[in-house]
Design a protein around this ligand. Sequence first.
Ligand code: G6P
Length: 487
Amino acid sequence: MASQVLVAANRGPLSYALSDDGTLSARRGGGGLVSGLSAALAQQPEALWICAALSEADREAVRRGVAEPGVRMLDIDPTVYDDAYNGIANSVLWFTHHHLYDIPREPVFDARFRRQWESYTAYNQAFAEALAEEAADGARVLVQDYHLALVPGALRALRPDLRIAHFTHTPWASYEFMRMLPDDVRGQLVWGMLGADLLGFHAWRWSANFISGATTDDATGVADGYMPSGTPERGVWHRRIVPGGKNGYGEKRFTDVRQFPLGVDADELRALAHRPEVDEKLAQLRAEVGDRKTIVRVDRTELSKNILRGLLAYRELLTVHPEWRGRVVHLASAYPSRQDLAVYRAYTEAVRELAAEINAEFGTADWQPVLVSVKDDFTRSLAAYRLADVALVNPVRDGMNLVAKEIPVVSEAGCALVLSTGAGAYEELQKDVLTVNPFDVTQTAEALHAALSMPADERAERTKRLAAAATALPPSAWFTAQLDALS
Ligand code: G6P
């Protein structure tokens, strides 16, 4: 019989809402990963998803012993959680892996950081203990993302019988950026990860960064164990690192480092995109846009997504190629994200302001150049996907970027994809996109011009190939590939 499967992730598949009369109701989360993982987990007997309680309502559910089958929420002390999630995961690790620091001012590793790091360690330990408690003999555990980098090592110490995988959804920092972290912290992160039997990344570049960092870093002491014995798999290579040596776990153990480039489920996405509420939204957008061309982007309001340079490029397009004035509309959806952090709030505001400036500079009585929606509105995004003539995906760095894969699957008339080299998705999609350096605003403006000018048949051909590449490894296959690699 197949062994039990457990998933650990900061964010769970559902959240609770507390109504005025004190009733708790569970709501399934949206998004490709949650639905993909939920569908894949549903096929596993006795599967369990361990996640953090993210809100007061979630914590109340844990206190009352309310739980949905297959999900266990951990009620972590709110201060510890805030330090771990906002302090370390989203302000330090996210910034490191995305190379986002404003170097003259950040990062600063001081006493406050040390307190936050202790919280991060405690939060990871809480996950490891819950997994150790719940896992059957020989169970397979899939740990998700940078929030939980220490879990594999902590869990292996408690339960050496388990098969443990860790998947990183973000990029992995280049060694020069990793080296900014204090030596002991860097060592703990790398050794925490190497507690896993399998380390997964979306793109070759990120696994290569992990391996080159871990094996050249004196703070880790892994160098001796590196085995450059690659096995070609789906056109990419995986490498093995042998933990052991001065920081190791005693016995020699292999950690496979491999790529599992997550894709989209075409049938599911198309079904979602053709629900009546999306049709209605599409009709509204069509009425606003008229017969103009559309440039579509959809992101969280996230610094790494590079929304501001995208808007600057659009402004440059309208300046340098005035023939597009009045003939194009930029539909930008920005979901507010991590608004507990001041730097994210400021970024969200800057996006609104720049969009307003562009509208003031170029807008006319019957043409608004940018329609920006700063809210979590997946229905509008799907309608915009269907309408897209051009998709703009220009992150500075991004683990994968599923928007780049979703738009070609859903777009009705075929859309030209302007994609930055910073996205993990670039590795698979590069042949059929207009490539941009995310920092080069002029190049991005010219790519938008080329995309808008692309003949319809070429656009349709490219979109077909992009959609095929985008659906090569849908979430359930992505999940199963990792389970198989673990078994
Ligand atoms: C990225 C991370 C995910 C995270 C998501 C949303 O995609 O890799 O782990 O869940 O952003 O961020 P949030 O902080 O809202 O969970």
